[in-house]
Write a protein that binds this ligand. Structure first.
Ligand SMILES: NC(=O)c1ccc[n+]([C@@H]2O[C@H](COP(=O)([O-])OP(=O)(O)OC[C@H]3O[C@@H](n4cnc5c(N)ncnc54)[C@H](O)[C@@H]3O)[C@@H](O)[C@H]2O)c1
Ligand SMILES: [Zn+2]
Ligand SMILES: [Zn+2]
Length: 361
C-alpha cells in the first residue's frame, strides 16, 4: 500500500520551497523505502531550486541523509528492514564501461528507484540526486543504501551522503593528496571544509583555506587549515604562492563552482600540480584561459564527481575514522532544523551563517 508522508518540494524555478504531502509507493524489485532520520541542506539543493541543474520541476529536495530501512522489494539482499543506512547517489551498476574497467566510482549508469514518488494529484516528482530525503520517508534503489555502524550520530553520518564525502574525496581520491603536500582549498563551505579535513587526513603539510568570509576561515582552521586567506581583500593567487615558497600549491581544490575561482585555482597551483574542481558550475558559465598556460603549467585538471567515492568502501571507512576520533564529522553540523525550515536554511547558507543545517525528523 502506497503511503503518504510530508516532504519538501521545489515547485518551480526560484519559487520558495514548501512542505507537501508526498505519495511513496511500496518498494518494487531492487527498491527500498527508508525512514529518514536526518537530512543535511546542501548547496546542490539550492542549485536545483534555482533551476541550475535541470528543469524537471517539481523536485523533491534533500539528499544528505541517514535513516532506517523500512521495507525492501523483491530480490534485495544487501539490506533488510531495520538496517541503519546512509543514502548515496552512486549505486553502481557493475555493467557499464566504467564498472567493467574496474573503475566503479565513475559508474555511468547508477541505479535509482524505478517507480516515481508523486504529489497527491499524481504529479511525478524528481528526487534531488535520485534521493529526495527532505521527507519522512523516501523510495530509493536498494544499492543507494549503505549500511554503517548504527552507533554513530545520524546527523553526522548522513552528511557523508554528499557534501562531506565529495570534499574529503576531492582531496584523498581525486587530488591524491599525499604526505607532505601543500594544498589550497578555495571556498570553505561544507564541501571545502571537508576537503581541508581530507587533506589533513592524507598528511598534507600545508593547508591553505581561501574564502571571502572570515567566519568560514575560522571554521576551516578548526578542520585543519594551517593558513587562511580572505580573497575579498587579498589576491589569493599571490597569497598561496607566497605561502608555498613562491611556487604555488601541489593540489588546489576549487569548491565554489565559478569561473573566477577556477582561474584562481589554475594559477595558484605549482607547475605540474593538480587542480580539482568539486564546486558545481551552472550551464551558462564559461571559462577562458590561454591555451599556452594550460600546456606550459602542465599537471592535471580534474573534476571530482562525488569525491570519486565508492560508497560501500568509503562510508564505513570514514565512519570508523570518525568513531576513532581521527576526523570529526559532527563538526559540520551547525544547527538542526525542522522540515518547515528549509527555505530559511537556504537563506542562512547564502549568507554564510552555516556549514550545514540538518533537518531532523
Ligand atoms: N562535486 C560534487 O560531487 C559535489 C557534491 C556536493 C556539492 N557540490 C558543490 O560544491 C559547492 C560547494 O557546496 P557547499 O555545500 O560547500 O556550499 P556552501 O554554500 O556551504 O559553501 C560555499 C563557500 O564558498 C564561499 N565562496 C563563495 N564565493 C566565493 C569566492 N568568489 N571566493 C572564495 N570563496 C567563495 C562561500 O563563502 C562559502 O563558504 C557547490 O557548488 C555544490 O553544488 C559538489
Ligand atoms: Zn556502472
Ligand atoms: Zn549535496
Amino acid at each position: 500500500m502506497a503511503q503518504q508522508v510530508q516532504g519538501v518540494i521545489a515547485p518551480g524555478k526560484n519559487e520558495p520551497v514548501r512542505v507537501e504531502t508526498i505519495v511513496i509507493p511500496d518498494p518494487g524489485p531492487g527498491e527500498a523505502v527508508v525512514k529518514i532520520q536526518t537530512c543535511g541542506v546542501c548547496h546542490t539543493d539550492l542549485h536545483y531550486k534555482q533551476g541550475g541543474i535541470n528543469d524537471d520541476f517539481p523536485f523533491l529536495l534533500g539528499h544528505e541523509a541517514a535513516g532506517i530501512v523500512e521495507s525492501v522489494g523483491e530480490g534485495v539482499t544487501d539490506v533488510e528492514p531495520g538496517d541503519f543506512v546512509v543514502l548515496n547517489w552512486r549505486a553502481v551498476c557493475g555493467q557499464c564501461r566504467a564498472c567493467r574497467r574496474g573503475r566503479p566510482w565513475y559508474c555511468f549508469n547508477t541505479h535509482n528507484a524505478k517507480q516515481k514518488m508523486t504529489l497527491l494529484d499524481g504529479t511525478e516528482l524528481s528526487p534531488a540526486l535520485g534521493i529526495g530525503a527532505f521527507a519522512e520517508k523516501t523510495l530509493v534503489a536498494a544499492g543507494q543504501c549503505t549500511k554503517v555502524d548504527p552507533e554513530v550520530s545520524p546527523a553526522a553520518a548522513g552528511l557523508l551522503g554528499c557534501g562531506v564525502m565529495a570534499g574529503i574525496g576531492a582531496a584523498i581520491n581525486t587530488g591524491e593528496v599525499g604526505r607532505g603536500d601543500s594544498v589550497a582549498v578555495i571556498g570553505c563551505g561544507g564541501v571545502g571544509d571537508a576537503a581541508v579535513m581530507g587533506a589533513r587526513l592524507a598528511g598534507a603539510a600545508r593547508i591553505i583555506a581561501v574564502d571571502i568570509d572570515d567566519r568560514k576561515l575560522e571554521t576551516a582552521k578548526k578542520m585543519g587549515a594551517t593558513h587562511t586567506v580572505n580573497s575579498r581583500t587579498t589576491d589569493p593567487v599571490e597569497a598561496i604562492r607566497a605561502l608555498t615558497g613562491g611556487n604555488g600549491a601541489d593540489v588546489v581544490i576549487e569548491a565554489v563552482g565559478r569561473p573566477e575561482t577556477y582561474k584562481q585555482a589554475f594559477y595558484a597551483r605549482d607547475l605540474a600540480g593538480t587542480v580539482v574542481l568539486v564546486g558545481v558550475p551552472t550551464p551558462e558559465m564559461q571559462l577562458e584561459l590561454p591555451l599556452i598556460d594550460v600546456f606550459g603549467r602542465g599537471g592535471s585538471l580534474k573534476s571530482s564527481w562525488y569525491g570519486d567515492c565508492l560508497p560501500s568502501r568509503d562510508f564505513p571507512m570514514l565512519i570508523d575514522l570518525h568513531q576513532q576520533g581521527r576526523i570529526d564529522l559532527g563538526a559540520f553540523v551547525t544547527e538542526t532544523i525542522g522540515l518547515g525550515d528549509v527555505e530559511q536554511a537556504f537563506t542562512r547558507m547564502h549568507e554564510g551563517d552555516v556549514l550545514r543545517s540538518v533537518v531532523v525528523f
